[in-house]
Ligand binder design. Structure first.
Ligand code: PRP
Length: 179
């Protein structure tokens, strides 16, 4: 599909995202004020959300990055999570918050949380910008959610279409309608 020829429906505007990210940052700052917050961002998808979210967190925070992949350029998860790059940090005793752009089947988040648990953190929770609960393949409820969305293929603000369009500053759905 050539998405340039299709109508794009905005699901989360730039204003929606700014507002909700500030709310999440405030909540996380309160919840972790007496803890040792360590944010682990899952690349590539969460690079923009993480950058915006941590700037709304006003307590000390460490940052680490992991690169995972399960979709490739497909719209369906392969079901196999590839860790392309693990964290190099010692997270023992820290309160980990895994940040991702979206939870769909939740296979990625579930795998990553189990993987990080083996590194002996004090606690581990997760925060996602978008949650698509109808698509779950494993039982997981994210601790912090920006927006719950329907079962639509979403692009923008870190989410890709054929590894492009991650730089679009809002989240959109590609409709079947021609422009
Ligand atoms: C996407 C997204 C999440 C994951 C969510 O990553 O960024 O990490 O899929 O899907 P799930 O809940 O069904 O596991 P992808 O594997 O496409 O890699 P990317 O981050 O490079 O886009």
């Amino acid at each position: 599909m050539d998405i340039e020829t299709k109508v794009w429906e905005t699901l989360c505007s730039e204003e929606d995202i700014v507002r909700r990210t500030a709310e999440l940052g405030k909540q996380i700052s309160e919840d972790y004020k007496d803890k040792k917050l360590f944010v682990i961002s899952l690349l590539k998808g969460s690079f923009i959300f993480t950058a915006d979210l941590v700037r709304k967190i006003d307590i000390p925070v460490k940052l680490g990055f992991m690169t995972t992949s399960s979709y490739g350029h497909s719209e369906e998860s392969s079901g196999k999570i590839n860790v392309l790059a693990d964290i190099n940090d010692d997270v023992e005793g820290y309160d980990i918050l895994v940040v991702d752009d979206i939870t769909d089947s939740a296979l990625t988040m579930s795998f990553v949380m189990n993987h990080l648990k083996s590194k002996n953190p004090a606690s581990i929770k997760c925060c996602v910008l978008l949650d698509k609960p109808v698509r779950r393949k494993v039982d997981l409820v994210p601790d912090y959610v920006g927006f719950e969305i329907d079962d639509k293929f979403v692009v923008g603000y870190g989410l890709n279409y054929g590894d492009y369009y991650r730089n679009v500053p809002y989240v959109f759905n590609v409709t079947n309608q021609d422009r």
